[in-house]
Every structure is written in structure tokens, then in C-alpha cells.
Write a protein that binds this ligand. Structure first.
Ligand code: ADP
Ligand code: MG
Length: 302
């Protein structure tokens, strides 16, 4: 296993940012950690990159414990923090050389710095100091520093937030190409990002994992199917909730979107319910909830 998290909780004072989180990530996976602000994504990433200790539980990177073997873990992990802190007065090459020094790359330093500059496409801006760079190029510098020691596991905290649409595509492509031979964990609150980049998505909300599945499975799975129905008569949501197997109903203009309990097909019982009450169904269709809707579904409940 590349990453193994066992029952990690993290308390900030009395606030629980992570609540008994467990997960494993296999080598080569690109995992999207998806969740609203405050879900605990950054906290989990900071623990995995040895920036903060968990309050309880344990985590290993390629078998090394993040608390007891943090030097080994730091060698194996590349981390791009959410705020992407850089030394803005430094030139790109100067900064990357400094980071290479921290990783004690020795004679390999100059070669590695050049390799990163080339890999992340920094050449056109290489003569600039970091504070002169656009946000997209700053992200490239951030990704370069995370990659310079050739880590096996790359942890990227909201790597595309604040980028314009062109920069977004470029950084996504960069992450995709890096992901070909590394394990990547990235966080985001953008569903499309996960769909575009990740082969697995872990949805986290209020410090708890609420869904963990392959990206295409999560967007197509049965539980994300709903029924859209329109009646000639006016209906109350409380009445619809009485139909066996109904989990939730939402009014959408003239129609009702009915979410069944996982794995249930409620069309028959819905039709019977309507007939018994002499209600007329004017439209009935299945609806697959998009990744976005599914995300809302999983993170709305308190
Ligand atoms: P996310 O990255 O998903 O937005 P975070 O991991 O940053 O979430 O935060 C999870 C929760 O922990 C939030 O409620 C946040 O306010 C709280 N939190 C994060 N860092 C600290 C800290 N250093 N001190 C106190 N509370 C914190
Ligand atoms: Mg965060």
C-alpha cells in the first residue's frame, strides 16, 4: 500500500476536524479528496505529509509511520500546501535550488532543477522572480518543489484553485502526466476536477468519509438514480414521503424529484400510490444524478 490511514482523528482544541478516518491507497492511484470547505481535507493532507500529528490513530506512507519515521516519509512524499507558500523574492531557479538543498540532492541538484523547470513548463518565465509570476506559474513552481526529490506519493492541496480556465487545463494536464507513475492525492471542492483527473474519489464531510468509490462508479452508481414525476394534481411532499422506499423528495418547478433508498426501484409503488389516490401522473422518468448532485447529496446531511 502507498498510503494507509487507520482510525485517524484530529482535534483542534475541542473541534474535531477528522473523526476516525481510515483509508488505503494503492500505488499509482490518483485519488480526489472531495469536500466542502472545512471538511478536513487539508488537515488529513498535513498529517500525511508530517506537518501536524494526528490526535489519535496512525498513518503510514509505503509502510513508514508518519509520526515515528517522519524523515523517511518526507523523502517519499511531495506536498503542495493549499496556500502554496513560496519565497517571492527569489528567482525560480534560485528557489528550486534552495529546495533541492533541503532535500540534500547534492550533485544531482542542477540536473534536477533543470528537469523540473522543463517538466512543469517554467522556461518562458525563468528570468522572473517568483512574485512576478501569474498564479498559474506560481502553481507550477509549487508543483516543481513538491516533485524535485522524486517522491513516490504526491499530495496536492487544491492545486487548481484560483486559476483561470486556461491555466486550469494546463495544470490539470500536468498533474495527469505526473500521475502516470506516481500515487497522487489531490483535494478539491470542484466535482468536475475529480471527474477530469481522478480514478477514485473520496468524499469527506465534517471530518468523516461519506463516500469512497471509483469516479465513474460514483457518478453512475444506482444510488445516484432518482425518479422525476409530475402529477396533474397538487401534492404535498409529506404525502410522497409515505411511499415505501422513498428517501427524499425535492420540488423542481412542476415536477417532484424523488430519491429512493439505495438500490430500490420505486416506480411500481409510486404508480400504485397514485392510482389508489386517483392522482394522474402526467410524466415519469428516471434521472441520473450528476457527480455534482451526488456530492451535494452526500455532504448536505448533517
Ligand atoms: P478543508 O481543507 O476541507 O477546508 P480543514 O482541514 O482546513 O478543511 O479544516 C477542518 C476544520 O478544522 C475546519 O472547521 C477548520 O476551521 C478547522 N481547523 C483547521 N485548522 C485549524 C487550526 N490550526 N486551528 C483550529 N481549527 C482549525
Ligand atoms: Mg483545505
Amino acid at each position: 500500500m502507498s498510503v494507509k490511514v487507520q482510525q485517524i482523528s484530529k482535534l483542534y482544541g475541542t473541534q474535531k476536524a477528522l473523526d476516525n478516518v481510515s483509508l488505503t491507497i494503492k500505488p499509482g492511484e490518483i485519488v480526489g479528496l472531495l469536500g466542502p470547505n472545512g471538511a478536513g481535507k487539508s488537515t488529513l493532507m498535513k498529517i500525511l505529509s508530517c506537518f501536524i500529528p494526528p490526535s489519535s490513530g496512525s498513518a503510514t506512507i509505503m509502510g513508514f509511520d508518519v509520526q515515528d519515521q517522519s524523515i523517511e516519509v518526507r523523502r517519499l512524499v511531495g506536498y503542495l500546501p493549499e496556500s502554496n507558500p513560496l519565497y517571492s523574492e527569489m528567482y525560480i531557479r534560485e528557489y528550486l535550488t534552495f529546495i533541492a538543498g533541503i532535500h540534500q540532492l547534492g550533485k544531482k541538484t542542477a540536473g534536477k532543477v533543470d528537469e523540473m523547470i522543463h517538466l512543469t513548463g517554467l522556461e518562458p518565465e525563468i528570468h522572473k522572480k517568483i512574485h512576478m509570476l501569474s498564479k498559474g506559474f506560481k502553481q507550477r513552481v509549487g508543483i516543481s518543489q513538491a516533485l524535485i526529490h522524486d517522491p513516490q506519493v504526491l499530495i496536492l492541496d487544491e492545486p487548481t484553485s484560483g486559476l483561470d480556465p486556461n491555466q486550469l487545463v494546463e495544470i490539470r494536464n500536468l498533474i495527469k502526466s505526473i500521475g502516470k507513475d506516481k500515487t497522487v492525492i489531490l483535494s478539491t471542492h470542484i466535482m468536475q476536477e475529480v471527474e477530469a483527473l481522478c480514478n477514485r474519489v473520496i468524499i469527506i464531510n465534517k471530518g468523516v468519509i461519506v463516500a469512497d468509490d471509483l469516479t465513474d462508479k460514483l457518478s453512475n452508481s444506482k444510488i445516484t438514480e432518482a425518479i422525476v414525476v409530475e402529477f396533474e394534481q397538487t401534492i404535498e411532499s409529506a404525502d410522497l414521503m409515505k411511499i415505501p422506499g422513498v428517501k427524499r423528495v425535492i420540488k423542481e418547478s412542476n415536477s417532484w424529484v424523488i430519491e429512493p433508498e439505495a438500490g430500490r426501484d420505486i416506480r411500481q409503488s409510486l404508480t400504485k400510490w397514485a392510482v389508489d389516490r386517483q392522482l394522474i401522473i402526467v410524466a415519469l422518468k428516471k434521472k441520473t444524478l450528476s457527480m455534482e448532485e451526488s456530492f451535494h447529496k452526500f455532504t448536505q446531511k448533517s
